[in-house]
Design a protein around this ligand. Structure first.
Ligand code: GLU
Length: 294
């Protein structure tokens, strides 16, 4: 699945902790449109790496919802729960060349550390240069300084990962691969060139760029789409109990998501049904690379 020709490859990577809601549809639709308009591929990856929080039933429902919405993916679905050996090999490589190290700190050891923007505790590097560690988790040795990238929608983003989160976790103390490592290994394996996803992941991107650099794999382009908020000003999410999309309401949901993406469809196109609506959206979508900031 590697992509040496660098043909546009997009992807949608839901975590099956619940069904799709209006917020996840916006991200899926923007990513699908951008891939289709670029003549590229659109991959589906089920991010069930955090197995205790995920279910096959939720993954099945997500796939049924995507199908009903007409957002068809290309090729095989990639299941993170089946890829542990690949993640382990990537970690072993990073450890072997000194870019990752074992850490024995417990939550309690870090309780006094400041909170990073994403709610994790900034890691002060306690185990960084120790040799006598009984590793519980594994961390990336984050180089000092800023990481910058040009997001197609958000513009230039500059984050100092070393100052904000410090050496972050690649392999968790509970034995599961961390999201930050799994995503990078999988994007590389799926040949992903363009990541279009929700703005809640903006802060993760510099971390994933550092992992990609450490692994020596290409860094994809990024576009982070605005989040959808509910009437109480809360981000729509599974945690805030956002209602699941009803496959029977696919056309209305697509029309609403398009309007959110500043692409409100005319009523006659909506009335013409799902495929006409998606065709109209493709014809009217401004490809994200075209509006990418310089
Ligand atoms: N699995 C993540 C989520 O559902 C998305 C990961 C990504 O797009 O990189 O929030």
């Amino acid at each position: 699945m590697l992509n040496d020709g660098r043909r546009y490859v997009g992807r949608f990577a839901p975590s099956p902790t619940g069904p799709l809601h209006r917020g996840s549809l916006v991200a899926a639709l923007a990513s699908w449109l951008d891939a289709r308009v670029a003549g590229g591929l659109w991959r589906l990856r089920i991010e069930d790496v955090d197995e205790p929080r995920c279910s096959v039933a939720a993954a099945d429902e997500i796939m049924r919802q995507l199908d009903a919405l007409g957002l068809h993916w290309d090729g095989e679905v990639l299941w993170q729960s089946r890829r542990t050996a690949h993640y382990r090999a990537a970690l072993d490589m990073l450890v072997a060349n000194g870019q990752a190290y074992g850490c024995e700190c417990t939550r309690r050891d870090l309780a006094a550390q400041p909170l990073a923007l994403d709610g994790t505790r900034r890691y002060p590097g306690r185990c960084r240069d120790r040799r006598d560690v009984t590793a519980r988790a594994w961390r990336l040795r984050v180089p000092p300084g800023e990481v910058a990238f040009d997001d197609a929608l958000c513009g230039r983003v500059v984050i100092d990962v070393s100052a904000d989160v410090g050496d972050f976790v690649l392999w968790r103390a509970d034995g599961y691969c961390a999201y930050q490592l799994a995503v990078v290994v999988d994007d590389a394996a799926q040949g992903v060139t363009d990541i279009v996803r929700g703005a809640d992941l903006l802060g993760s991107t510099p971390r994933q760029m550092l992992v990609a650099r450490a692994l020596g794999v290409p860094v994809p382009r990024h576009a982070h789409v605005p989040l959808v908020f509910d009437a109480h000003g809360e981000k729509l999410s599974k945690q805030t109990l956002a209602p699941a999309l009803d496959p029977a309401a696919a056309v209305a949901d697509l029309a609403q998501a398009l309007a959110f993406l500043q692409l409100a469809p005319p009523a006659d196109v909506v009335a013409a049904g799902r495929d006409a609506l998606l065709g109209w959206a493709c014809a009217n979508w401004t490809p994200l690379p075209a509006i990418r900031p310089q």
